[in-house]
Design a binder for this molecule. Structure first.
Ligand code: ZN
Length: 456
């Protein structure tokens, strides 16, 4: 170990109450990107916290939420690390399902509740506090850190890719430490080298100019039926994607990737139990479910709205129907390709009346195994928990990794351990364990030490 862990651990123990008090302030400041609530205030609060560290801080306005950018550590350090986090949170609704006030830190039996506790303010602040503890107990940092904290991750990071491209020269680095590292049901740290892409569309079909009496159904087209028919052409009853010319773009997995995927342990029984289901789609085996979960593209219906859905009956022919779809993208698929093929597919079948609105997307990104950040994360996991992490070749979820990992070509790693299996991210009663909050500091210090000292 290349830093003095005892003094580091003593420092974070001595300052535990203050660190939690800072966390309470972060949680108490709403920063909901979806309706631009408190975003600027949160941005300023994060910038101020970086200034307290002695970092050089710049707030970059974008067409959406500003980016907080902080640099700290010796300018002539041999290695430079980008750390990515976000300061925005998901909306708190449905608020009636919260057991505590969403924008108030409540600690009960070792669990900290509040919006943003795990996604992503807890990880952001615990990493900042780790750097503080390092500076107070170890001296200067052994690496240059470039911290990118964006404010619209929860709405799809619409302006981050352009910002990264614009500042490509400033963002040169040897690796990226991403957000969102967690652990599974068995307590094994789960790290990853990237994530699937995402394309999000709204499909809309317009019928008569207002809802009609349903007796008119024999002679006026029902937009809900139109949309159901259109959607039913995108997947067959065996759950195979049937979007024209789509699947041929999927890059086949290499044997190395298949081996990585097959080596990922999953608690299938516990997952089924938690979700209240008895088997996987198509009745497939756990073995195949693992491969599909990680490597299969999806076309998912997130929501469908039309006509009357209230209590009892109401006979109506709705004026319009809409559906929200998300496509998880694997290597070879991109969001512009998905939109182009979807439009052509619908037109070819006569659904020219169904509009497609692009609601944002993110491209697939996965770093190749064997990078310095990957080795540093594995070593830091052993230092912190005495455990070898599970390594996903990419996660089934998505995030704005593409600008860093692919456009700039910097190897990245999802690593850390603030996400336990029941954090309720995006849901009521979002939480983080006090223990994980503290361990995130220890992991961050170990990661920095390993990143600085491991042979490339
Ligand atoms: Zn989130």
């Amino acid at each position: 170990m290349s830093y003095h862990t005892q003094s580091f651990n003593e420092y974070i123990a001595q300052h535990h109450e203050r660190f939690l008090a800072e966390f309470a302030k972060f949680i108490a400041q709403p920063s909901v990107a979806a309706d631009n609530r408190g975003v600027q205030e949160m941005c300023d609060m994060v910038a101020e916290r970086f200034r307290q560290l002695g970092a050089a801080v710049t707030i970059y306005p974008t067409a959406g939420s500003p980016v907080v950018y902080a640099e700290i550590g010796p300018k002539d350090a041999a290695r430079t690390l980008i750390i990515y986090n976000h300061y925005d949170v998901q909306p708190e609704d449905p608020i009636e399902l919260w057991d505590t006030a969403p924008f108030e830190m409540v600690i009960k039996e070792g669990v900290i509740y509040g919006r943003g506790t795990s996604d992503d303010k807890g990880e952001l602040l615990s990493r900042i506090q780790a750097v503080e503890a390092w500076l107070k107990t170890q001296g200067d940092l052994p690496v240059r850190i470039k911290w990118v904290v964006e404010g619209e991750e929860e709405t799809g990071s619409a302006h981050l890719a352009d910002w990264v491209k614009e500042h490509a020269a400033m963002l040169q680095a040897d690796g990226v430490l991403w957000e969102g590292g967690g652990y599974d049901e068995a307590g094994r740290p789960m790290f990853g080298l990237g994530g699937k892409g995402l394309a999000y569309f709204e499909l809309r079909c317009q019928g008569p100019n207002h809802d009609l009496h349903s007796s008119i159904a024999p002679i006026v087209v029902n937009p809900a039926w139109r949309l159901v028919w259109a959607l039913s052409t995108l997947k067959d009853a065996n759950d195979q994607i049937t979007l024209d010319d789509y699947m041929q773009h999927v890059r086949p997995l290499s044997t190395e990737e298949l081996a990585l995927i097959d080596a990922v342990p999953m608690e299938f029984e516990a997952m089924r139990e938690r979700w209240g289901i008895s088997n996987w789609i198509k009745g497939q085996t756990d073995h195949q479910a693992r491969r599909d979960y990680i490597a299969a593209p999806t076309i998912n219906i997130c929501g469908f709205h039309s006509g009357y859905g209230g209590a009892g009956s109401k006979t109506v022919l709705p004026a319009e129907a809409s559906a929200k779809l998300d496509f998880r993208l694997v290597d070879g698929l991109t969001s512009p390709l998905a939109e182009r093929l979807l439009r052509a597919h619908l037109d070819r079948r006569g659904f020219t009346d169904i509009s497609i609105t692009d609601l944002g997307g993110e491209e697939f990104a996965a770093s190749r195994p064997g990078s310095l950040v990957q080795h540093a994360a594995i070593a830091a996991s052993q230092d912190t928990w005495d455990k070898t992490p599970i390594m996903y070749p990419w996660f089934p979820g998505s995030g704005p990794m593409h600008p860093f990992g692919v456009v700039l070509g910097i190897p990245l790693i999802f690593a850390g351990a603030t996400w336990h299996p029941d954090i309720r991210a995006h849901s009521p009663n979002e939480n983080i364990f006090v223990k994980d909050y503290v361990e995130s500091m220890r992991f961050t210090a170990a990661f920095i030490a390993r990143f600085a000292s491991l042979e490339a």
